[in-house]
Design a protein around this ligand. Sequence first.
Ligand code: HEM
Length: 387
Amino acid sequence: HQARAQLDPAGTCGEAVTPGLGPHPAPANRTGPRASPPRSALTADSTESTHTSIRKPSSMPRKEPRGRPGSAHGAVLLLSACRLTESGLSMVDWHLVKEMKPPRTQQEWEAEFQKYQQFPEFKILNHDMTLTEFKFIWYMEYSHRMWGRVGWLSRPMKGRVLALCGLVCFQGLLGWYMVKSGLEEKPDSYDIPRVSQYRLAAHLGSALVLYSASLWTGLSLLLPPHQLHETRQLLQLRHFAHGTTALIFLTALSGAFVAGLDAGLVYNSFPKMGERWIPDDLLAFSPTLRNIFENPTTVQFDHRILGVASVTAVTALYLFSRKISLPHRTRMAVTSLLAAAWVQVCLGISTLLFYVPTPLAATHQSGSLALLSAALWLMSELRRVPK
Ligand code: HEM
C-alpha cells in the first residue's frame, strides 16, 4: 500500500467508499450558508487529481452527502471485486484527463503491461501473468476508479448527467434519422436532394435543448447565486427574462425551417418582402396550416417576425432592467443579451440581403447560440435562491 500511495496519490481503490471516513474530511459546516462554487474543481490543473480538488470542504454543495450512499454502495462492490481479483495495483499511474481512456492498440496495451511489470506485485505475485489476464485486472481497477469519480456527484447532479447522456444518444439518433431523409430516393422529385425541414428542426431543437441543459448545469455550478431582494419588479423581470428566452428559442427553431426549405432565397429584401409588407403568396398552400411549415414565403415571413419580436423583447427587457438595482454581474448579462440580439438580427438581415452566403449563414447560426447563452446566463443570474 505504501508503494501504491507513492505511485498513485490519486488512487481510488479503497478510498471513495466510506463516506465521512474516506478521503474527504466531513465539511465543518454543512448547514451554514451556501458554499462558494466549485471553481477549484473545474479549473484545477490537469495534473491535480479530481479527489484532491474536490476534497476542499468549501467546494462541496450543501446537499452533497445525501447523494453519496448509493454510489458508495456501488463503489464498495467494485472495491471488493478489485480486492478479490487483486486488480487494485494494475494501473500504475493515473492522471485526471490523460488516463481517462483505456489503451486502444495492442502496442499501447503492451506498454501498459510493461509498466506494470516493473512493480513488485508482478515480480513477486504475478510473474506468469499473460496480457489477457492483465487486461482483465486493469479493467476491474479502471471501472472502480471511474465509479469513484462519479461518486462525488450529488444525487440530483447524477440525474442530470444521466439525462444529458441520454440526450446525447437521442441527438445522435435524430441526426441519423435526419440524414436518412436526404438519402432516400424520391421517384417523382427532380429537386436537389435535401433533408426534411421537420427532421432538421427536430435535430436543431434537440441540440438546443442539450446545449441549454449543459450550459444551465455549468452556470449553476460556476456562478454563486445572488441574494436578490424579492420585489415585485424583480419578479416581473424574472418572468420577462423567461418569456424572452422562450421567444429566442422559438425563433432559432423557426430558423431551421428557413434553412431546411432554402427559404432564405425567396425574398431577399428587408424590411419589405419584395414590394410588399405582406407577400401575396403567404397563404398559397392548402390547408392553411401547411403554410407555416412548408411554404417558403410563410416560413421566411414568420422567421422575420419572430426575429424582430425577439430583438424588441430584449431591448424592452434591457430598458426595464435599468429601473431596478441589480448586481454588476447581472447587469453584464443584460448588456451582453442586448448586444447579442442586435448582432444576431444584423447578421440575419445581411444573410438575406446577400443571398445566403455560407460564411454569413454559419455566423448567423452560431449567433443564435451566443444569444441563447446570454439569455440563459441572465436567467441564471436572476434565479431564485431557496432560503
Ligand atoms: C433573434 C433573432 C434570430 C435568431 C435567434 C435566428 C436564428 C436562426 C437560426 C438558428 C437559423 C438556422 C440556421 C441553420 O440551421 O443553418 C436561421 C436561419 C436564417 N435566418 Fe435567422 N435568426 C434570427 C433573426 C433573423 C432575421 C431578423 C433575419 C432576416 C430578416 C433572419 C434570416 C435568416 C435566414 C435568411 C436564414 C437561413 C440561412 C440558411 O439558409 O442557412 N434571421 N436563423
